[in-house]
Design a protein around this ligand. Structure first.
Ligand code: ATP
Ligand code: ZN
Length: 303
């Protein structure tokens, strides 16, 4: 464990060391402006331009590190958080980490799957069967709430091969594209939990200097997430078609309308669209009379 000084003025943020969340977490931090230098041991990254250091750990350890105040912040999947919350509740302890921001990466779902060729007539067909999972608390709650009693086989990994090894009749595991299930001849039948990454924080009140940086980071994360989908659109429009063209601009509140020198019947329209601008939208805008259409990516946004 990395020793952390209780009055350390630098924020400590826990990130998955090596796995699916590592690259998108580091990408988010870099888009928030953080320049990180990683030491030889790779256990800790030093924020060169912010008072923030990154601890690289297993994702399953992140909720504990944050609620025990070893780290101030953590980036982790909702699946891990909710499993931990239920596990703590079963032991009579409330979870002390707080979820402060839903993030737009790490999307996946915890799903039930049965071997291809096995008939599935609803959840009740799993009654009395063995279901292998690494998420016994989430699965247990799901079955309990639906009055289905099945045997939960707790595994620490390689859940998808359990049916082939004769250890289970069905599985409950994380799925994103479904290709792993397909490769193992399994069929997804029910969703237990929709998941995504989240930013969590310690329950302990932070000193003002640290808290200010948490707020700045939250604002920057908001900006980064907004611009991922946003586009800046420029076009020329006949004044007569302006109302229709404004209606076609996706997720745009107040476009800037500029007169065009030498063209009294035309204007230039500049707008930030907070949704992606697809080819279909451009084609519709053109049909409505727009010309000289230009769509640009937005790099930073601060409201
Ligand atoms: P660790 O060694 O850190 O414990 P791990 O094997 O538990 O790693 P990964 O497979 O890297 O973890 O997944 C980390 C997180 O990524 C998951 O807990 C989940 O929130 C998210 N995730 C997104 N898509 C998927 C997917 N298709 N399968 C598994 N996890 C996914
Ligand atoms: Zn893990």
């Amino acid at each position: 464990m990395v020793p952390v000084m209780p009055d350390d003025p630098r924020l400590k943020l826990a990130v998955q060391k090596s796995g699916r969340l590592t690259e998108p977490s580091l990408d988010l931090l870099s888009r928030c402006g953080l320049k990180l230098s990683r030491g030889k041991d790779q256990l800790m990254g030093f924020g060169e331009n912010m008072p923030l250091d990154v601890l690289f750990v297993r994702d399953d350890d992140i909720p504990d590190l944050v609620q025990e105040d070893v780290c101030d912040l953590g980036l982790v999947g909702l699946n891990v958080l909710e499993e931990k919350r239920l596990e703590l509740a079963a032991r009579g302890h409330p979870a002390r980490f707080q979820c402060v921001r839903v993030l737009d990466f790490g999307r996946c779902r915890l799903s039930l799957a049965v071997p291809e060729g096995v008939a599935f007539g609803g959840l009740s067909s799993l009654a009395g069967k063995r279901i292998a999972t690494t998420y016994p608390y989430l699965l247990g709650r799901y079955l309990r709430e639906r009055d289905v009693s099945a045997e939960i086989v707790v595994l620490s990994g390689a859940v998808e091969i359990a049916p082939r090894l004769g250890r289970a009749d069905a599985i409950c595991d994380l799925v994103s594209t479904g290709s792993t299930l397909q490769a193992n001849h399994l069929r997804e039948v029910e969703t237990v939990l929709e998941s995504h990454a989240a930013l969590i924080r310690t329950p302990v009140a932070l000193p003002p200097g640290k808290d200010e940086w948490v707020q700045r980071l939250l604002k920057r994360i908001e900006g980064v997430q907004q611009v991922r989908e946003s586009k800046y659109i420029l076009l020329h429009a006949p004044r007569a078609a302006l109302a229709q063209i404004r209606r076609l601009l996706p997720g745009c509140e107040a476009p800037t309308i500029i007169p065009l020198e030498g063209h009294p019947d035309k204007v230039a329209v500049h707008a930030v669209c907070r949704e992606n601008v697809f080819w279909e939208t451009l084609e519709d805008l053109k049909k409505a009379g727009a010309s000289a259409l230009l769509v640009l990516p937005v790099e930073k946004m601060l409201d």
